[in-house]
Design a protein around this ligand. Structure first.
Ligand code: GTP
Ligand code: MG
Length: 217
């Protein structure tokens, strides 16, 4: 029987990157089509699940938005466990956030699943006049690290849906090829306690939960 909660595969994707690059806005743009100019820094880890149908398979992505502040880095890393996808985000108007990608890449490689699918995301593409990181430079860097690359704008929605669709598609492709399918299946954590904020339609749902991983010091 098909229920709104049935799926073929449930897997974990994390959003990482420096504080202020726009992770939370990419997350909220994707799962509830919302953007905030004054979103505060994330002082915890939040997740939402979204169901997508790819090649007749019902895939449920559990997307985790993490805090980018350096002081919480050690703690945040513990949430990369079991992730099979990671969006490593930088701000195209802040070169430093691009230079820091190596650090996030390393953290993911050390803590997520071995076959984690990576995507480099240059956010705030709407701020063209303030650009500090050239598209070509980022694309070349992504290639050297075997990551997909995309530029997005959480503000005007450019490529947000596409970025998530591409990574889910890529995860599914590598799931189909893998000899170790169990690493892809994650647990439906706290599903029973989740607060349902919005249900867009029958195939898309968004659940949201705050976990007190990081407390302001
Ligand atoms: P931490 O939670 O501290 O790690 O930061 P974050 O990566 O979650 O950043 P957040 O989404 O809170 O965004 C930081 C600021 O950038 C906010 O003022 C957002 O409104 C703004 N912002 C996010 N995405 C975009 C974008 O695509 N374009 C523009 N112009 N501003 C953006
Ligand atoms: Mg945030």
């Amino acid at each position: 029987m098909t229920t709104p909660d049935s799926y073929d595969l449930l897997f974990k994707i994390v959003l990482v990157g420096d504080s202020g690059v726009g992770k939370s806005n990419l997350f909220s743009r994707f799962h509830k089509n919302e953007f905030s100019l004054e979103s505060g820094t994330t002082l915890g880890v939040e997740f939402a699940t979204k169901t997508m149908i790819i090649e007749n398979a019902t895939l449920k992505a559990q997307i985790w938005d993490t805090c980018g502040q350096e002081q919480f880095r050690a703690l945040t890393k513990t949430y990369y466990k079991k992730a099979v996808g990671a969006l490593i985000v930088y701000d195209i108007t802040k070169k430093q956030t691009f230079d820091d990608i190596n650090k996030w890449y390393q953290d993911i490689k050390e803590n997520a699943e071995e076959e984690v699918v990576l995507m480099l995301v240059g956010n705030k593409a709407d701020l063209k006049h303030l650009r500090e990181v050239e598209t070509q430079q980022a694309a070349e860097f992504a290639k050297t690290k075997n990551m997909a690359f995309i530029e997005t704008s959480a503000l005007d929605s450019t490529n947000v849906e596409t970025a998530f669709q591409l990574i889910v598609q890529q995860i599914y492709t590598s799931f189909q090829k893998t000899k170790n399918p169990s690493q892809y299946q994650t647990k439906a954590i706290g599903e029973g306690e989740s607060i349902v904020l919005k249900e867009n339609n029958k195939t898309k749902e968004s659940r949201f939960k705050k976990l007190n991983c990081c407390k302001q010091q």
